[in-house]
Design a protein around this ligand. Structure first.
Ligand SMILES: O=P(O)(O)OC[C@H]1O[C@H](O)[C@H](O)[C@@H](O)[C@@H]1O
Length: 291
């Protein structure tokens, strides 16, 4: 049994923790308060995906487009990535190529070669709040287009998921994966039961999660969908890496591109899926916007 070595970065009121395992940003705290949430029972020995933080889902999401793939969410969140030189505001950067996945469970589902680079950056703090940027770059070294699914599966820390409001999805069509039915969002999203929805929107105007005096913002780039997930009480009770009642403490709002809205990386080209997460205090309906 190994214990994963955490990478820790502390600066200017920020505390970030990450692991090479899955290139996984596990925690982001600002002035001591969690913004990106890590389960206290997360498995940190390399034997499983880390519950919480921002799991990187690639090259498929869930069980994949036909529902027949494992491991869940692709095979890059459970392998060790290589640290790369950082640039500008990057705190960490990692690389991984498909060749290194030979022999891993699920490698038989890879549809073509790829080279990945993933970077976590902290933007300068400002009056607007604190901002963290996550950027996945997928390069296709082959002469044929590469079709993949991807998601930045951020677990946002909230006081109570039962009272949050997610703005920015009004009017978006979505698949409710719990019931298997399709709908169109009317107004803000509030959560009252197990929620697992895939919204067909690039969310270019950004998303705001309002929670107990804080505004958490999610600004996707290169996404074609947004996933909103919380397992709620019954499903959470079956998850061994979530303590009892911990499901109150997070809502996943994920920049994604799945199914027929997946990413297409042109021959010898690159595609980017990115997301900027922000936090600020709200008063009297004030909102923040990403810089
Ligand atoms: O337990 P995991 O494999 O990390 O997946 C956790 C969840 O991720 C996404 O939000 C999916 O839409 C859900 O269907 C899934 O249950």
């Amino acid at each position: 049994m190994t214990t994963l070595t955490p990478l820790v970065h502390e600066r200017d009121g920020h505390r970030l923790v990450a692991y090479d395992h899955g290139a996984h940003l596990a925690e982001w705290r600002v002035d001591g308060h969690p913004v990106v949430w890590l389960s206290p029972h997360a498995v940190l020995d390399g034997s499983a995906a880390i519950r919480g933080g921002v799991p990187l889902c690639f090259p498929w999401f869930g069980a994949g487009p036909e529902g027949d793939r494992s491991p869940s969410h692709g095979l890059v969140r459970t392998v060790s990535w290589h640290q790369d030189e950082t640039d500008g505001e990057e705190v960490w950067a990692w690389t991984l190529s498909s060749e290194e996945l030979d022999g891993e469970t699920g490698a038989e589902h890879l549809e073509g070669p790829f080279d990945l680079r993933y970077a976590v950056s902290l933007l300068p703090r400002s009056a607007a709040g604190a901002f963290l940027r996550l950027e996945l770059t997928v390069t296709n070294p082959s002469p044929v287009p590469l079709h993949v699914e991807a998601a930045l599966h951020s677990y946002l820390a909230v006081a109570d998921v039962r009272t949050v409001r997610v703005e920015g999805l009004d009017g978006a069509a979505y698949l409710d994966k719990v019931s298997g039915t399709r709908h169109v969002q009317d107004g803000d999203v509030t959560l009252h039961a197990e929620t697992d929805r895939v919204y067909d929107t690039d969310a270019a105007a950004g998303l705001v999660v309002l929670d107990d005096g804080r505004a958490l913002t999610v600004q996707p780039e290169g996404a074609t969908q947004v996933v909103v997930w919380n397992p709620w009480e019954t499903k959470a009770a079956r998850m061994t890496d979530l303590p009892e009642d911990a499901w109150h403490r997070f809502v996943c709002v994920e920049a994604a591109a799945t199914g027929c809205r997946g990413l297409v990386v042109q021959p010898l080209g690159s595609t980017r899926l990115a997301c900027t997460i922000g936090v600020s205090t709200v008063s009297d309906g004030e909102r923040l916007s990403a810089p």
